[in-house]
Each structure stands twice: as structure tokens, then as C-alpha cells.
Design a protein around this ligand. Structure first.
Ligand SMILES: *Cc1c(COP(=O)(O)O)cnc(C)c1O
Length: 353
């Protein structure tokens, strides 16, 4: 694939404080852009990061035909650039696109743009431990027509941002609260697609949780309001007795890449791992009987974030004395170790540029 490159005149990198990176704030010099016209992806190019011109009648703005992904690139200890599991993110992007009647893309096209972009902006990949270059590819409908229809034209952009550790608290345990009023998704909906349309409606419940002093909402299923689904925008795991449990992929939750890493590592370490339904009542009674050992959320941005407290109606449980659990820490160390080249890549997760 021939990518046209237009470089910036002057880099903005000197304005960025690499010792104090806030998630998603600094954006690197260039972006990758491509258009979908007459049934084909055309005009792949790298251009300076900056404003794009759109019309107020842009289809995506009105009806939300938009898909996004979030993955990371790392400088390894060996000095190479590692893009972490891009095949899996690409597959998921195509799946989300299918759900919204949007065009898919070949892996080769997806990765070529990222490789070229990351190589050109490699000075933006932070070198400090735990930090990385966050890569945000996204696709949106670009017809200019305000009727509900499947757009014929699309735009694909990839922007990147240097990021430090996600939570201010680092690995510090978070406090979660169930929402008894709102649900995130139901079977048959779009909960398993990575789309902005799933995000906007979660802002209000998250705000309400934060007003009550909690970090995030823990979502219950949309029908019985009983089974645990996700945390905010992360997947969730519970260690009960010697068994690691995570809700199954049944169309309402996202097939997280970090979730998959945890499952593969647990199997490899001979930890019993179960993908099964788990109710909030089961978690509360496991806590009361002393068998709930750990709870953590998984996602690309934070990797593993330990959960210290869960509130549900008028009950509240404290997990592992608000301390990070051994398995949570071990998983965090292993995944971040593989990402930055400190640990062996036994599953073939590193994609070296
Ligand atoms: C992105 C996302 C996740 C985490 O997936 P990763 O691939 O691990 O980053 C979980 N749930 C939702 C709703 C998400 O959007």
C-alpha cells in the first residue's frame, strides 16, 4: 500500500511534559487518514494532526455510525517498537463495523497505516515504565445527508497520544457501585461493539456514581438486573476461592483484548478460569463467607485495575482490605512485562515494527 506522507513543519513535542502525561491529552504530530468511496478504501495518507473540515449535515453526527478502537505501542527494553496484539483489535473493529453496516478493512491496510504513523512519530512513544503510545483508530460515516440511511462514504482516521499510567492512583483499588436505575446494554443490542453510541449514555450514571464517592459503575444485566456484566468501560474478574470468574461473551459485553490476555495467562498458570454468569448476590455472599479474594477490571488503558469496594443497594463489601491482590498484581506485571519486552512473549502478542 502506497501511503502519501505530508510532514508537519514544526513538531509540537517540546510542549509536552513526558513526566506528567494525562490520558488522552497530548496528541502526536501526525495522523493517518483514508477514505471509503465507491466501495473501496482509497487515498491512504499521513498528514499533520489538525482540524478536519466537516459539514453540519455529516451523517455520523446525527445517527452515530461511528466505530473506534484503542490499542498501544511500546518501546521495548531492546529498543524495538512493539504494537500489542493488533490482529485482535483489528478483528474487533471489523466486527463493530459489521454491526453498524460499515465497511470492513483488511488487516494489512489497518496495520500499514499504524506502522507508518508510529514510525514517523516514534519520538512520541514514551520510554518510562508503564507508559506507551495510545493508538486510536476510528471510522465514521461521511455522507452529507440528514436522513436515516446507511452511508455510502466513510472516513478512517488514526491518531496517537503518549500516555502514562491510566489512573492517578496507579494500581490503587477502585470503589464501584451498581446502578439500579440504568443498564448499559441488553442481548440483541450493541453492547459487544466498540462504538460511541454505547458510551454517551453511560456518562450520566458514571457522574451519579462519582457524586456518591465511587470511581465507576458496575453494570448489571438489562433483564434480571442481577448478573454482573462490566465495570464502566472495562471487563471484570472475581477470584472466589481458587477460581477466577468472568462474565461470558453473550452479546452484551465487549470481547476485551486484556480480558483475553488474563484468560490465557490464567490457563497457562493453571489457575481455574471460568467464563460464566455471576450475580451480584453471589459476589456479596462470597464476600460474607470470606471466599471472595480479589476483584479487578481489565482494559487496554489501565491494564488491570484492582477493585477495593463494591456497593449494591444498601450493602457494601470491602475486598481484600482495599489492598491489591496477589493475582491482580501478578497479571499486571506479566502483561506490562510482555508489552515492554521484560518478559518472554510466549503467546506471540508482540508485533514488532
Ligand atoms: C474497550 C472496552 C473494554 C476493554 O477492552 P480492551 O480490549 O481490553 O481494551 C471493555 N468494555 C468496553 C465497553 C469497552 O469499550
Amino acid at each position: 500500500m502506497e501511503i502519501k506522507v505530508t510532514k508537519i513543519k514544526k513538531s509540537r513535542i517540546a510542549e509536552v511534559d513526558f513526566n506528567n502525561l494525562k490520558f488522552g491529552e497530548a496528541l502526536s504530530d501526525h495522523m493517518f487518514s483514508m477514505e471509503y468511496k465507491e466501495g473501496k478504501w482509497v487515498s491512504p495518507e499521513i498528514i499533520p494532526f489538525g482540524a478536519i473540515e466537516i459539514f453540519p449535515s455529516l451523517c455520523a453526527l446525527h445517527y452515530g455510525q461511528i466505530v473506534f478502537e484503542g490499542l498501544k505501542a511500546f518501546y521495548t527494553k531492546q529498543g524495538t517498537i512493539n504494537i500489542f496484539r493488533p490482529e485482535k483489535y483489528h478483528k474487533r473493529m471489523n466486527k463493530s463495523c459489521q454491526r453498524l453496516c460499515m465497511p470492513e478493512m483488511d488487516f494489512n491496510v489497518f496495520i500499514s497505516g499504524i506502522k507508518e504513523l508510529v514510525t514517523l512519530d516514534k519520538a512520541w512513544i514514551p520510554k518510562k515504565k508503564g507508559s506507551s503510545l495510545y493508538i486510536r483508530p476510528f471510522v465514521f460515516a461521511s455522507d452529507n445527508f440528514i436522513g436515516v440511511h446507511v452511508s455510502k462514504n466513510y472516513r478512517f482516521l488514526t491518531i496517537t497520544s503518549p500516555v502514562g499510567a491510566y489512573y492517578k492512583e496507579g494500581l490503587n483499588p477502585t470503589k464501584l457501585i451498581t446502578s439500579t436505575r440504568y443498564v448499559r446494554s441488553v442481548r440483541g443490542g450493541s453492547g459487544d461493539a466498540k462504538i460511541p453510541g454505547n458510551y454517551a449514555p453511560t456518562l450520566l450514571p458514571a457522574q451519579e456514581a462519582q457524586k456518591k464517592g465511587y470511581t465507576q459503575v458496575i453494570w448489571l444485566d438489562g433483564i434480571e438486573r442481577k448478573f454482573i456484566e462490566e465495570v464502566g468501560t472495562s471487563n471484570i474478574f472475581f477470584l472466589i476461592g481458587d477460581e477466577l470468574i468472568t462474565p461470558p461473551l453473550e452479546g452484551t459485553i465487549l470481547d476485551g483484548v486484556t480480558r483475553d490476555c488474563v484468560i490465557q495467562l490464567a490457563e497457562n498458570w493453571k489457575i481455574k478460569i471460568k467464563e460464566r454468569k455471576i450475580s451480584i448476590d453471589e459476589v456479596i455472599s462470597a464476600s460474607q463467607s470470606g471466599s471472595l479474594k480479589e476483584c479487578f477490571a481489565t482494559g487496554t488503558a489501565a491494564v488491570i485495575s484492582s477493585v477495593g469496594e463494591i456497593a449494591h443497594k444498601d450493602t457494601s463489601i470491602i475486598i481484600n482490605d482495599m489492598e491489591i491482590g496477589d493475582i491482580s498484581r501478578k497479571l499486571y506485571d506479566e502483561i506490562t512485562g510482555i508489552q515492554c519486552g521484560n518478559k518472554a512473549d510466549k503467546f506471540g502478542w508482540r508485533y514488532l515494527v
